[in-house]
Write a protein that binds this ligand. Structure first.
Ligand code: SAM
Ligand code: SF4
Length: 352
């Protein structure tokens, strides 16, 4: 198959490839990656700041109505310590992620933490936020307080599918999510988005449209990975309709490879959900398109509280041990760890 012009029909055809033809897709994507972004891997230290969330997404384990979750928010000191650790380990970059809240206390607290991180690490770290939809004023405040990038997945770019994954109310509106993505660009962030792959009710045509949506949005960063079920969520009742885990992983690999061909200079994460479905999932994704990994720096005592889906890995492993293993497997994947670099996407730098 010729991968040079990826129309919707071609993408659907590529998402159905198997065997040797599939291997040729992976080989082609690996070459595109090598040519445009090389073999560097950037670390973003992940801080799962809080699992308190005002929303009720049908797929997510920390949704508001899941009463089995012990809710937590990190102490200020714990956030700053994690940032210091990232700096000490020469990561160059951090991601602060949490459930979605927009109350004044939370908004001010995040602004304060951004300033503290900057002060404590002398501005050495670039910070990505992933805290859901916010107002223009909030996005602006956080940008001015020190955040550089923002990750807001569209989750599913087909509005009909989006509706099946969320409650039907204003808090979960597809149009507002799109609007938030536009506001992020307007307020000066490097913008990231992404989708879940292998969702119930999702077709190959939806996934092809997802890739075309991401390209049209012209984002700098993408984090996309498999949907993984969580037993205490409404979507769990459709678990028998899902692709088997190996096939869901393979579909996610195809998506990563195709997007690298379609957007050769973006940054793309090898997600934890990939690792959940396959022990070497992240390393395999690095080989065929991804160039970012987000090692978890959340203090161990909170990790059980941030179970977005079942079987999430690295719940009990000390950071030093998992970092050592990760470094080894990145090298095995033929990649080189880029230390002390912000690692902005070439796509962003070229846009100016
Ligand atoms: N609350 C913010 C938001 O939703 O944008 C940021 C944190 S949220 C936990 C980060 C991402 O987790 C979501 O964008 C979603 O794609 C992913 N996620 C949630 N539940 C998932 C599941 N069951 N399987 C795979 N990914 C999931
Ligand atoms: Fe909350 Fe984000 Fe989970 Fe939705 S995906 S319930 S907004 S944490």
């Amino acid at each position: 198959m010729d991968f040079t012009t990826l129309t919707k029909d071609k993408i659907i055809e590529a998402l159905s490839l198997e065997g040797l033809a599939l291997q040729s897709l992976y080989d082609y994507a690996a070459k595109v990656k090598q040519r445009h972004v090389g073999n560097k891997v950037y670390y973003r230290g992940l801080i799962e700041y809080s699992n308190r969330c005002a929303k009720n997404c049908f797929y997510c384990g920390v949704r508001r109505d899941n009463k089995n979750v012990d809710r937590y928010t990190l102490e200020d000191r714990e956030v700053v310590d994690a940032a210091r650790l990232a700096h000490k380990k020469q990561f160059g970059s951090l991601v602060l992620q949490s459930g979605e809240r927009s109350d004044d206390y939370f908004v001010e607290k995040v602004a304060f933490l951004l300033r503290e991180i900057k002060r404590e690490t002398l501005g050495a770290l670039h910070v990505t936020l992933s805290m859901g939809e916010q107002s223009e004023a909030t996005f602006k405040l956080w940008r001015e307080s020190g955040a550089h990038r923002y990750l807001l997945r569209i989750e599913a770019s087909n509005p009909e599918l989006y509706k099946k994954l969320h409650p039907n109310n204003d808090l979960h509106s597809f149009d507002k999510r799109i609007e938030a993505l536009e506001l992020l660009r307007k307020t000066g962030y490097q913008v990231g988005t992404g989708v879940m792959i292998g969702l119930p009710f999702q077709s190959l045509s939806d996934l092809a449209d997802d890739l075309l949506f991401i390209k049209k949005m012209d984002v700098d960063m993408v984090g996309m990975g498999p949907y993984v079920e969580h037993e205490a969520t409404p979507l769990f009742r459709y678990k028998d309709q899902l692709l088997p885990k190996e096939k869901r992983f393979e579909l996610s690999m195809k998506m990563v490879a195709l997007l690298r061909i379609m957007m050769p200079t973006i940054n793309m994460a090898a997600t934890t959900a990939m690792q959940t479905l396959h022990p070497q999932g992240r390393e395999r994704a690095l080989k065929i398109g991804a160039n970012v990994i987000m090692p978890n720096l959340t203090p161990l005592k909170y990790r059980e509280g941030y179970l977005l889906y079942d079987n999430k890995p690295n719940l009990h492993e000390e950071t030093d041990v998992s970092l050592e293993k990760l470094k080894h497997s990145i090298e095995q994947a033929g990649c080189v760890l880029a230390l002390d670099e912000w690692g902005d996407a070439k796509h962003f730098r070229e846009r100016g």
